[in-house]
Design a protein around this ligand. Structure first.
Ligand code: NAP
Length: 271
């Protein structure tokens, strides 16, 4: 495993995403992921699958201390009372006393970020959360957050078709890492000829090449989701080869500004 480091934490650079999975499907996928070797799990209160994530962990019989669990508070719950309620619900569903990383899921201009982070920091002080982070924060807003509290990471959409140079630079400046969501372009990279071409020399698929590209860079990680055991195992099988500088550059060159997750309530990305 490769780790990303921030504020004294060492976090598995490759995590397992659980969005769009619920109930038994989610529990089984989490159990598979843990058997394959994943130790970093990504969920969110809004995914309505934290109970299933806990069931998957219980089935895999992995000790809590071996896991790095990230969850997220929804953007409407950014008041101190809303945050407390959201964390209560997440901890109950996840059947744990603490989460390793607690993220603001999307920025919400209705709430002052400094007030939100101060309330979140109280949960760190109370031992219910080990570290704080944000998600979907453009660089300028990220910098504002990082001045208000120690921020471990910014989780953003990031795949070979969407560059995130500004976001990465802002994170590095504040000792934070960037966690790539939708790292496989929601499955799209699977058919990429350039990635498949690079992978052929190593006996790896296009998706494996994309994941290797993330974890090979300092301060960057990725959380691919896979409901099938086959995909899940393949996604973890990326630690026995390295991409050359030239190949890394080629993958960087595939960026074409393609954003796949752009809800109405999302931020303006040109800042
Ligand atoms: N913070 C946020 O706002 C936010 C937003 C979106 C996502 N996320 C997080 O990021 C995680 C990943 O994003 P995502 O689920 O949207 O997309 P993704 O990981 O880029 O893609 C998932 C898709 O790729 C397929 N796949 C997985 N491994 C594959 C492989 N080795 N070869 C070919 N296809 C493969 C999966 O198929 P199968 O399922 O059939 O195996 C699924 O259809 C989410 O689960 C969630 O935890 C966060």
């Amino acid at each position: 495993m490769i780790f990303v480091k921030s504020h004294g934490f060492s976090v598995p650079a490759l995590g397992f995403g659980t969005f769009r999975m619920k109930g038994e499907e989610c529990a089984k996928a989490v159990e598979n992921a843990l058997h394959v070797g994943f130790r970093h799990l990504d969920t969110a209160e809004i995914y309505d699958n934290e109970t299933a994530v806990a069931q998957g962990i219980a089935a895999a019989r992995i000790a809590r201390r071996e896991l790095f669990i990230t969850t997220k508070a929804w953007m409407d719950d950014m008041s101190p009372a809303g945050l407390r309620k959201s964390l209560d619900a997440s901890l109950k569903a996840l059947q744990t006393d603490y989460v390793d990383l607690w993220l603001i899921h999307w920025p919400n201009p209705k709430f002052k970020i400094e007030v939100t982070l101060a309330a979140m920091q109280e949960e760190v002080d109370a031992g219910r959360v080990r570290a704080l982070g944000v998600s979907n924060f453009p660089a300028v807003l990220f910098e504002r957050a990082a001045k208000a509290a120690p921020i471990l990471c910014n989780q953003v959409e990031y795949h070979p078709y969407l560059a995130q140079d500004k976001v990465i630079a802002a994170a590095r400046k504040h000792d934070a890492f960037v966690m790539a969501y939708a790292p496989l372009g929601i499955g799209k990279v699977h058919d990429d000829a350039a990635l498949a071409g690079i992978g052929a020399a190593y006996g790896k698929t296009a998706a494996q090449v994309a994941l290797r590209w993330f974890v090979q860079r300092p301060g960057v990680g990725a959380i691919p989701k896979a409901s099938s055991r086959e995909h899940c195992a393949k996604n973890f099988d990326i630690f026995d080869f390295s991409l050359t500088d030239e190949e890394m550059k080629t993958i960087h060159g595939l960026a074409r500004g393609e954003r796949m997750i752009e809800p109405d309530f999302g931020p303006k990305w040109d800042t």
